[in-house]
Design a protein around this ligand. Structure first.
Ligand code: ZN
Ligand code: ZN
Length: 166
């Protein structure tokens, strides 16, 4: 097959016999679910990776060839579908940003600060790589910054305000 099969994996869910194709090109880093192509339904669906991992059996040989053939013709014909996956990714980011802003507002109030609003961060690289409050990695995926302290707001809502040595 001349198509790029790098990282592409074909499997079957034994309980249902559903044949699926996993392609790294359909995945997005900030997404908790995975996008999987269903051969029978000829469309891409979101799956919970935990539900797939243990159940799916790898498929090889002719069955794999046939699944890939169908998948690649879907992929070529469905730029629009790929665009809609891209769109839902943006929609998720928008929701996540709104939640972050709400948590940030609650965080400031809980620490005795006034909420003055947020700014969209133009910082390409964040000086601080880990959140002091929840210790998670600050990845700049949510580009929201506190107007009081200028820090990137973490998904937990924390900024530089309320930090002991700030
Ligand atoms: Zn945090
Ligand atoms: Zn702040």
């Amino acid at each position: 097959m001349s198509k790029n099969e790098k990282g592409i994996w074909v499997g079957v869910i034994p309980s249902t016999g559903v044949l699926i194709v996993f392609d790294p090109e359909l995945q997005f880093a900030d997404q908790k679910t995975i996008n999987v192509y269903s051969v029978k339904r000829n469309l891409v669906r979101e799956f919970d990776p935990a539900k797939i991992r243990d159940k799916v059996r790898t498929v090889d040989g002719l069955q794999r060839e046939q699944a890939l053939e169908k998948y690649f013709s879907w992929k070529v014909a469905n730029d629009a579908e790929l665009m809609s996956i891209e769109y839902s990714k943006l929609e998720r980011l928008r929701i996540e940003r709104e939640r972050t802003i709400e948590r940030h507002r609650e965080f400031l109030i809980a620490h005795g600060y006034k909420y003055l609003g947020i700014a969209v961060s133009k910082k390409r690289v964040n000086r601080i790589t880990h959140c002091w409050n929840c210790k998670s990695h600050l990845d700049n995926a949510i580009d929201v910054e506190c107007v009081s302290c200028g820090w990137i707001v973490c998904r937990c809502g924390a900024c530089g305000c309320g930090r002991q040595d700030h």
